[in-house]
Every structure is written in structure tokens, then in C-alpha cells.
Ligand binder design. Structure first.
Ligand SMILES: [Zn+2]
Ligand SMILES: [Zn+2]
Length: 363
């Protein structure tokens, strides 16, 4: 009985605060207010007032920007106070960010950089423990022209290169029952999985058993118990954990569009799904702008095709689908750092959940 209670406690703890999520079959189904706006405000829009701040400045809001850079790994998680000072820590974070996203490496909060910082993006960090496998961690020259050298592969893995075991090539996925998704929403995920199974020997099958599925897909709002709270409309859109965890979470507060044209305030569900499945399978972020694994996506755009960089990365992990006729990018001859950079959403979130389970056990 006690074991049964424990089991339910765990299930309960990972099923907290499911979101009812906002889905729109197409743009014309968006409310007029959302359809007609030309610039959607996200949680990071306030950063735009910091454009052209200079080193040495102390300006209200710089502390929040530092927290943003800390969240995505650009400032170490040191216990030091986060202040509103434009210090060396911030300048260094800006330079690394600019390298990773192929921007001019100025160390300044120029307009180009701030326009990029405020874009909606995946909630997974780009850097872990100060080591980046995106551009800034490469040995190739990191000036502004390097982004145009497409001969170098930029795909990355989680530290330790985790993957689903060989015995698990037939993966199952399920949707959080509390979300009560319609068939047209589920079919978006089916199509997204197909993009990855087309190029590898992996297969993906939906199962009705959420607790037993390898990949658990859920829409959540705000803090949902894994230490990586969502932030409302735009900002972070989704996140996913490294194999063999299988957690794949989406922000239930976004205006998710299922097909057709897009509005500036809405996010294309399939584009985000394809990206997050890359994480579920073991890929980290790429500096190649065309790659699905690039961390940002403009609202109102659709990006579904795996780029050669994505294909090369996933085939390095799982091999090639013999029926796949396309070609992957030639892997770079440079030394790849597979241990450095990128840890998925926090494992301490898992520890918190386990703790909750134990608390229930002793109640
Ligand atoms: Zn991501
Ligand atoms: Zn989550």
C-alpha cells in the first residue's frame, strides 16, 4: 500500500499544474486583437530600453538582463549579488552570446544584439558550467565572418553525449492526460516525430499510457515543478530533458498555431515540437541559423525542415536510416567537444520531485 502511495505521489508530482493551453487551428481563428498587432510584447521587451548602455553604467534593468544571461548559462550561477552595474561579467556574457548567435562581437548592447535577446526561444540553456559547444566553444575563429563558413558542423550534444539505448529504438510517446488535447494538436507532434524518424532508425508510436511512455509531452503554465518555470506569452516557449528522461514541456500560455499562416503574437507549434524532439533525442543547441536546433525562433515564423547540421548530429548519435536518400553535412574535422556544454533543464528539478514523492511517502 505504501509503495502504491509512493507511486501516486510521484505521478502527482510530475503532473502538477497542467495547462489548458491556447490552440488556434490557423491565423483567422486568433482573436482580432492578437491577429492585428504588429509587434508582440514578450517578457523580455523591457530590455530594449537598455540599448546603447555602456560599460560602467548603472541602470535600472541591467540586473534583470544579467539574470537572463545567467538563466541561459552565460553568467555562472555564483552566489554573488546581481546588480544593475554594467560590469566585466556582463560584457563577457554579451560577447559570448554574440559569438554563439553569429552577431558582431562588440561586447555592447547594440540594437542588433538586443533585438536578438528579446526573441522567443527554447528554455534550454546554451552553456553549462561555463563551457559552450556552440560557436563560442569552438576552436575556429570566432569573428563575425565565421558564421558564413558552412563547412563546419555546429551540432552539439548534452555533456557525456547521452542517447536512448540501442535496445530502445522503438520509442513511445504520450500526452499529459490533463491537457485533453484534440486530435489535430496531437497530429502536429506525429508529423514532428516523423521528421526525425525519416533520417534515423528510430520509430515513434503514440501510447495511451502516459506513465509508461518513453517521451512525456505536456503543456504547463508558469512554475510546474521542475525548477524551470514558464514565463507567459513569448519569452521561453518550451524545454526538454536529455535522454533517457523523456520530459518534453511546452508553455501553455503561448498562442499556439497548428497550421496555416502565422501572426506576430503566435508561435508555430510544429516548429517548436521538431526542435524539442531534438533535445529529447540528445541534441543540444547549434549556432547554424538554418538548423532546427538553433535556440531562437521569431514569433510568426515557421521552421520545420531538418538542416544538414541537424541530420549530421542525430545520425552521429543513432546512425542513418537506410531508406533516407538525402545527405547529411560532412562532419567537421575539428575536434568536437562532446563533454562541455550543455546540460538540460536542471536535474535538481528531478531531485525536488523525488523529494516531494518521499514527503508523501512519510505522510
Ligand atoms: Zn532548445
Ligand atoms: Zn518543465
Amino acid at each position: 500500500m505504501r509503495i502504491l502511495c509512493y507511486f501516486f505521489a510521484i505521478v502527482l508530482s510530475i503532473s502538477l499544474v497542467p495547462s489548458s493551453a491556447h490552440f488556434f487551428p490557423n491565423i483567422s481563428s486568433l482573436p482580432p486583437l492578437l491577429r492585428n498587432i504588429t509587434a508582440a510584447a514578450g517578457p523580455w521587451d523591457a530590455f530594449k530600453k537598455l540599448v546603447d548602455c555602456n560599460p560602467g553604467d548603472k541602470i535600472d534593468g541591467l540586473g534583470k538582463l544579467k539574470k537572463y544571461f545567467q538563466y541561459f548559462g552565460y553568467i555562472p550561477n555564483a552566489p554573488s549579488n546581481i546588480t544593475d552595474d554594467f560590469d566585466d561579467l556582463l560584457e563577457s556574457a554579451i560577447k559570448t552570446y554574440q559569438q554563439n548567435f553569429n552577431l558582431n562581437v562588440t561586447g555592447k548592447l547594440d540594437e542588433q544584439t538586443m533585438n536578438h535577446v528579446t526573441m522567443p526561444r527554447c528554455g534550454n540553456p546554451d552553456i553549462v558550467n561555463g563551457t559552450s559547444t556552440m560557436n563560442s566553444g569552438k576552436t575556429t575563429p570566432s569573428n563575425t565572418t565565421s558564421s558564413h563558413l558552412h563547412t563546419v558542423s555546429h551540432y552539439t550534444f548534452f555533456p557525456g553525449m547521452p542517447r536512448w539505448p540501442v535496445s530502445k529504438s522503438e520509442l513511445t510517446y504520450a500526452f499529459l492526460p490533463g491537457n485533453q488535447l484534440e486530435a489535430d494538436v496531437k497530429s502536429v507532434f506525429t508529423r514532428a516525430f516523423e521528421r526525425w524518424s525519416e533520417v534515423t532508425t528510430l520509430t515513434f508510436t503514440e501510447t495511451s499510457s502516459y506513465s509508461r511512455a518513453d517521451i512525456k509531452i505536456g503543456f504547463y503554465s508558469g512554475d510546474h515543478g521542475d525548477g524551470e518555470p514558464f514565463d507567459g506569452v513569448l519569452g521561453t516557449l518550451a524545454h526538454a530533458f536529455s535522454p533517457p528522461n523523456g520530459w518534453f514541456h511546452l508553455d501553455g500560455d503561448e498562442n499556439w498555431v497548428i497550421s496555416g499562416d502565422l501572426a506576430v503574437s503566435a508561435v508555430d507549434l510544429e516548429s517548436v515540437a521538431v526542435h524539442e524532439i531534438g533535445h529529447v533525442l540528445g541534441l543540444g543547441h547549434s549556432s547554424v541559423e538554418e538548423a532546427i536546433m538553433y535556440p531562437t525562433i521569431s514569433s510568426g515564423t515557421r521552421k520545420l525542415e531538418l538542416a544538414s547540421d541537424d541530420i549530421a548530429g542525430i545520425q552521429q548519435l543513432y546512425g542513418r536510416n537506410p531508406n533516407y536518400n538525402g545527405s547529411a553535412a560532412t562532419p567537421s574535422t575539428e575536434q568536437r567537444d562532446t563533454n562541455g556544454a550543455y546540460v538540460e533543464g536542471s536535474m535538481w528539478g528531478l531531485i525536488v520531485l523525488m523529494t516531494v514523492g518521499f514527503v508523501f511517502l512519510f505522510l
